[in-house]
Write a protein that binds this ligand. Structure first.
Ligand SMILES: Cc1cc2nc3c(=O)[nH]c(=O)nc-3n(C[C@H](O)[C@H](O)[C@H](O)COP(=O)(O)O)c2cc1C
Length: 384
């Protein structure tokens, strides 16, 4: 988690109710689709590209759960950029779901985000089972348990990364989640503190896999519980991608996905052979078009992402909210849209003009006009 940020607990309150307006029949079709996704996960259900005669998908591409970043509006945007990837929510604690003031605010999502996985934090199997049933009724495609967050607050709650010390409890929690009937996965680290042991990691996976969970997403570095904040914990402990690849060799029937430090197409090509999936966090958020390039490299689409189509999708999404979505809730996630492309600086400057009292719909219409005017002056700019 980011320094100074709080995870989504029952204490975080914001009375605004966020609901987009979907035409009734569209809502029904999308909900039906969502349940199909749930049945076929962990292979992403958006088989759009492979049905067009392209190479069948080999590994899963997903965007990591990121607190305060991968909220529903961010996920809706990422879905437009990357139709085939699996999206994860921010971590939500069981207490936020069961005793929070406004759990709906954090649980609600748009059907277009599917397949979307809810990430949960907590240490009580009974509470997990209850939260899982609620999540199932919301239509999530799967559930993921957080065994990677090292923040002091999470440690105080005895969950997150410190659960690496209790593989049997992790198994019980995952079994409780699986009692909902949804597919379950766990996102964990290599180990804790300075103790670097592949055997310890393998023992953790072996113990957990004796239960229902057969899907492991490994952030390929240790979590240091003392002396490092969460941001430093994503940089300083050494990355060991080869340990995750070794896990796949040692447990070939398990689904093993790799996360941590993947920043480019080259990084993904380097690790893809040894794993079932790759999960990108910061790189996906800061340069979302990279996801589209990855889809292409992995054979899920035939062309680079089309910025004009993304813009049309964004306008359509904002339209479903009418005037009720304050612009910054959506536009704060769009800073990376032109990352690495001509116009990136102009775009960020334009985003700086967005006002809280504007609706997302009005702001996007205005920004697009200004971009088009700018594009006339600069032919290298990607069409908005
Ligand atoms: C702002 C931020 C918030 C995060 N919040 C979560 C979280 O809620 N749950 C979780 O499992 N990991 C969380 N993470 C860790 C990421 O999911 C990921 O494991 C980590 O960033 C390493 O991947 P990357 O190098 O591709 O960014 C967060 C990371 C960032 C940058």
């Amino acid at each position: 988690m980011q320094k100074g940020r709080r995870f989504l607990t029952e204490n975080r309150s914001n009375p605004t109710v966020e609901e987009p307006v979907l035409p009734k029949e569209r809502e029904t079709v999308m909900t039906a689709k969502a349940s199909v996704f749930a049945q076929v996960f962990p292979v992403p259900a958006r088989d759009h590209w492979s049905t067009q005669g392209l190479r069948p998908r080999s590994i899963t591409l997903s965007v990591a759960p990121m607190l305060d970043w991968t909220d529903r509006h961010c996920r809706a945007f990422l879905r437009l950029v990357c139709p085939s990837c699996v999206l994860y929510t921010e971590m939500l604690t069981t207490s936020a779901i069961l005793r929070g003031r406004d759990p709906h605010r954090y649980l609600a999502f748009s059907p277009m985000e599917q397949p979307v996985i809810l990430q949960l934090g907590g240490d009580d199997p009974n509470a997990m089972a209850q939260a899982a049933r609620i999540a199932r009724d919301y239509g999530y495609s799967g559930l993921n348990l957080n065994v990677g967050c090292p923040s002091a607050r999470v440690q105080k709650g005895r969950f997150g990364a410190c659960l690496m010390r209790e593989p049997t409890l992790v198994r019980e929690i995952l079994d409780a989640l699986a009692s909902s009937g949804l597919p379950v996965s766990v996102k964990h680290r290599l180990g804790l503190d300075r103790e670097e042991s592949y055997r310890g990691l393998a023992r953790f996976v072996e113990t957990v896999a004796q239960g229902q969970c057969q899907h492991f997403i490994v952030h390929a570095r240790n979590a240091w519980l003392q002396g490092l904040n969460p941001a430093a914990n994503r940089e300083i402990p050494p990355l060991r991608w080869e340990w995750v690849q070794q896990l796949k060799k040692d447990f070939p029937i398990l689904r093993i996905e790799l996360n941590g430090g993947l920043r480019s197409v080259e990084d993904v090509l380097q690790v893809r052979e040894g794993v079932d999936g790759v999960m990108l966090g910061r790189a996906a958020y800061h340069s979302p078009l990279l996801l589209g390039s990855l889809e292409r490299t992995l054979g899920y689409r035939s062309s680079e992402p089309n910025v004009e189509e993304i813009w049309n999708g964004l306008l359509g999404y904002a339209e479903t909210w009418g005037e009720r979505l304050p612009a910054p809730r959506l536009t704060r996630h769009l800073h990376g849209l032109y990352y690495g492309h001509p116009g990136a600086k102009t775009w960020r400057r334009l985003l700086g003009t967005v006002r809280p009292e504007e609706s997302a719909r009005s702001a996007l219409i205005r920004l697009r006009k200004e971009l088009l005017a700018w594009q006339v002056a600069d032919a290298g700019f990607l069409a908005p």
